[in-house]
Design a protein around this ligand. Structure first.
Ligand code: IMP
Length: 424
């Protein structure tokens, strides 16, 4: 696997954490390169559930180096809490590395995320309110505070002073909120800095050296392609680039260094937050998918919207990410549904669309074109080979492959790490 990228092929929550954890068993290094604690990866190992937000999923494997790359945005309190929880369960953190260039989420980012969302009224974006957008705004405006600033008390004090003066004006004068206190933030964050300093390094060099030494490096995507700032359902997207290209910028390595790219796709479609969703099911089948698939946000606890599998989206994921294969997750959730529907195109104004629209206003009026197929009633959670799957499952998988032109390489049939097998 030398350098493998693993991305979400839909709207996030595809079960990437588990797939990463399986691949991490073979990986020498796992790298997060974008997003922050808006991500939530549930990893079940030996019957124990771990909820990770910032720490790469390879942390459960003691030999794996886990990198939080330059393209991420880091909430120090949340990172440290996650570290403490893992340490209390006996996991080692000695192989955790944090890039010095990663941007730091400060209380004013969170405050501004909350205030801006409230000010938008019904036109809110449905963010996770973790300050992700405001932090990336500062990065793009070139006023952000980076990890290398945070661990230098004098630099941190200076940058925080300048930033906080501006942010407090925004908070109080524009949004009518309460100003934040410099000393409180400074003291709290200096405490975090002291604890994080031993983990801070230039992770671009680490990742490059690992690849050059032919080590197995796994790039762990957070969110999914349709939440990408450029290629997603803008404005209902996150502020980073959860696509293969995002790894290059967010881990500080060139594209020719990535050998392989796997897109994790759920056997149906879900999304949290707002925005059009052509195959959404607002009936009892949608309810059933949510219940059986436990479709509630890891980060927010929000119920996820559920719908049929959409191959227009997966076709787009193949193109945008340069996918070399899919990992299909949660196939078992479809068991017991009499007739399965798979969207292979959209109809709009009498036209058939095979490519995902560029503008959500175009997506809004899209009617899915469905292929209907017989479902399967068998419990497949114990199946471990493609051949042992019911015929209906095989047909479902083959339809995805033929419509997207991309092979399915891994199949997930349950929550546990063991409930997974290779296609061949
Ligand atoms: P933000 O990333 O908090 O700014 O939220 C922007 C949009 O991305 C919202 O619709 C969120 O629900 C969505 N989002 C962010 N992170 C995730 C994730 O890990 N899974 C699914 N949706 C996410």
């Amino acid at each position: 696997m030398p350098a493998t990228a693993l991305v979400g092929a839909q709207w996030g929550d595809e079960g990437k954490g588990k797939t990463i954890d399986i691949l991490a068993a073979k990986a020498d290094m796992v790298v997060r390169a974008q997003g922050g604690c808006n991500a939530g990866h549930t990893v079940v190992a030996d019957g124990v559930t771990h909820k990770l937000h910032l720490i790469p999923s390879g942390i459960l494997n003691p030999a794996t180096v886990n990198v939080i790359g330059n393209g991420t945005v880091v909430t120090p309190g949340i990172l440290l809490r996650e570290m403490d929880e893992l340490a209390s369960k006996g996991y080692s953190l000695k192989n955790l590395k944090l890039d010095a260039r990663a941007h730091v989420i400060l209380p004013y980012h969170i405050e501004l995320d909350i205030l801006a969302e409230a000010a938008r009224g019904g036109a809110d974006l449905g963010t996770t309110k973790n300050g992700i957008g405001p932090c990336y705004m500062d990065k793009a405006e070139r006023v952000g505070i980076r990890v290398c600033d945070l661990i230098d008390p004098a630099v941190f004090a200076e940058k925080l002073k300048v930033n906080l003066a501006v942010k407090n004006k925004l908070i109080t004068l524009v949004y009518g909120g309460k100003a934040l206190d410099f000393e409180k933030i400074y003291d709290e964050y200096c405490g975090y800095a002291k604890r994080l300093k031993p983990y801070v390094t230039d992770t671009s060099v680490l990742v490059y050296n690992a690849i050059k030494a032919n080590q197995n490096v796994l790039f762990e995507g957070a969110q999914g392609m349709l939440l990408d700032l450029d290629m997603g359902t803008y404005p209902y997207v996150t502020s980073s680039h959860p696509v293969t290209g995002g790894f290059c910028v967010g881990a500080g390595i060139g594209p020719t260094l990535i050998d392989d790219c796997i897109g994790v796709a759920k056997a149906y479609t879900t999304r949290v937050g707002k925005g059009p969703f052509p195959t959404e099911l607002l009936d009892e089948i949608g309810e059933r998918l949510r219940r059986v698939g436990a479709e509630y946000g890891t980060t927010t606890g929000r119920p996820r919207r559920c719908g049929w599998l959409d191959l227009v989206i997966l076709r787009c994921a193949v193109r945008v990410n340069g996918l070399t294969g899919f990992a299909l997750s949660k196939l078992d959730t479809l068991s017991g549904i009499d007739t399965l529907k798979v969207c292979i195109a959209y109809k709009k104004d009498g036209e058939t669309l095979y490519d995902f629209p560029t503008d959500i206003r175009d997506l809004e009026g899209c009617e899915p074109v469905y292929v209907e197929m017989a479902g399967f009633g068998e419990d497949i959670t114990g199946v471990r080979t493609f051949d042992a799957l019911p015929k209906a499952c095989k047909r479902y998988i083959e339809l995805i492959e033929s419509e997207t032109g991309c092979p399915i390489r891994m199949i997930g049939v349950g929550q546990d790490r063991e409930q997974n097998f290779d296609r061949n």
